[in-house]
Ligand binder design. Sequence first.
Ligand code: AHG
Ligand code: MN
Ligand code: MN
Ligand code: MN
Length: 326
Amino acid sequence: MQTKLATSVGITLDRFIKKKQNDFAFASGELSQLLRDIALAGKIIQREVNRAGLLNISGAYGAENVQGEEQQKLDVIANIRFIRALKNGGEVCAIVSEEDDEILDIKNPDGRYIVAMDPLDGSSNIDVNVSIGTIFSIFRRVSPVGSKVTEEDVLQKGSEQVAAGYLLYGSSTMLVYTTGRGVNGFTYDPSLGEFFLSHAEMKIPEDGQIYSINEGGYRSFDPKVQQYIERCKDKKFTARYIGSLVADFHRNLLKGGIYIYPSTEKAPNGKLRLNYECNALAMICEQAGGLATDGKTRILDIQPESLHQRVPFYTGSKKMVEDALK
Ligand code: AHG
Ligand code: MN
Ligand code: MN
Ligand code: MN
């Protein structure tokens, strides 16, 4: 049997960004450049991720982050790589990261953008060769250019994001992002060193049959969440939980489904971080036609009170999220 192998032809990320810049006239080319910087950092991380087992960069780093989590070497490496790329790019005045206690003032007061990031999502999956990712949110600063970055700059509601996205280091590496005009996904071709548009104008199915939740915590879930899980079982839905938020989210985005990280006894406000994880994915999900809430409030409407704030997270296909909230 002869199989036709597809080759990567089509529009590159660079060209796509350029085209969109012309179409919609981003205020200047700065946001476009920032997205390119993130893509470059993503290429570097995917290289490290692919060789992690060979380079002695798997395993624990030997320190705890502000979240009280044991940092993995790749958490630290990804954080450094992204910070470096964003510093070199020159568009950003401050970075906030899951791995850093405080706002990183990168000594570029002329930068107009703030980036919030989870440099390496799914740390527990690094050493077992399972998909991991990077999540980012981009905000325009509210303080005047040239001045010192303020807390108000970094604690903006998700609805103020000018762009958001993630990189998924899976069976292939993908970059998925939105600037508030739909969602587009790009697949990395390592032989060419380029991202190509592979998933144009992504839409999440309105309804789905996949539920993703760490059911090990079942006994400490709110009865409403327990009842929803029971409903999923009654309907013979499929349970899928990778334990890397980006990977679980991406699958549900493509196939239709719901992801829930509820409050638990161990984590009364859930585990996921509003500023580094939930905001970006909420923007993407909404842009793709889905929903994202903390169980009561739309994620994008939550006013962050602190950098590392956690929130319960329900996101995915519109009908499923609505059903879970009933
Ligand atoms: P991170 O690796 O950035 O700290 O994020 C871990 C998060 C997320 O990726 C995942 O969905 C979730 O933790 C899994 O938590 P449980 O192991 O409690 O299910
Ligand atoms: Mn972590
Ligand atoms: Mn994470
Ligand atoms: Mn992380």
